[in-house]
Design a binder for this molecule. Structure first.
Ligand code: SAM
Length: 196
């Protein structure tokens, strides 16, 4: 059986990174996520809640679901977000997600870790969980070119339209690709793209 649990040292080092680089690394991504405050949001692969911490702060009337395959990371996430009451936690190996539920789904340094076979299951499930007209946004290391190509192709096949993409240089992590997609809407069975 695969062990998806991190070493305690990894959790400790991530806590240090969050403490000293929280704003330049994780907040910069959270600030790019288009939320007004009332949305239903999913953090897929939340880890210890590094990005979730900044997103939960902005969701004054909304709700954040933090999902991770690892119980240890999820416990660390609960601890990071202990002062928020707008969050729930999902311990899941593969997303068994409700359809058309979230306004926004985001991934921060998660997708590049998944095998192609896993991505082929995960990506369509994530897209199905997004409401029509909702948003999918990720930040992943640029050096993982092949994984990024697979993610892009699966995103488009699953009914997402690329809205914006850029490369950023992140402290400690190097160059990363940030892409934002929008899910097409369906009107009388005809697929339509929403213009913001
Ligand atoms: C590099 S960490 C990033 C954590 C967090 N997003 C951050 O940026 O600090 C990758 C996370 O994805 C989780 N993960 C990996 N595969 C997953 C899967 N199939 N389903 C859910 N979570 C997964 C890992 O347990 C880990 O917490």
């Amino acid at each position: 059986m695969m062990n998806n649990e991190p070493a305690y040292l990894e959790i400790f080092l991530t806590k240090l990174a969050f403490r000293f680089y929280g704003k330049p690394v994780y907040k910069t991504f959270a600030d790019c996520i288009p939320i007004k405050g009332g949305e239903q949001v999913l953090d897929f692969g939340c880890g210890m809640g590094t990005v979730a911490y900044y997103v939960a702060k902005r969701l004054l009337h909304g709700h954040l679901t933090c999902l991770d395959i690892s119980g240890r990371w999820l416990n660390a996430c609960r601890n990071t977000l202990k002062d928020f009451n707008n969050t729930t936690y999902m311990h899941a190996a593969f997303p068994m997600l409700p359809e058309n539920r979230y306004d926004v789904v985001y991934c921060h340094f998660v997708l590049h870790d998944l095998s192609q076979i896993n991505l082929e299951t995960v990506m369509p499930a994530l897209v199905k969980s997004i409401k029509p007209g909702g948003v999918f946004i990720f930040r992943e290391p640029l050096k993982e070119a092949e994984k990024l190509r697979i993610v892009k192709s699966l995103a488009e096949k699953s009914g997402l339209h690329l809205k914006d993409s850029r490369i950023t240089d992140i402290p400690l992590m190097g160059n990363a690709l940030e892409s934002i997609y929008e899910k097409e809407t369906e009107c009388f069975g005809i697929k339509m793209e929403v213009k913001l």
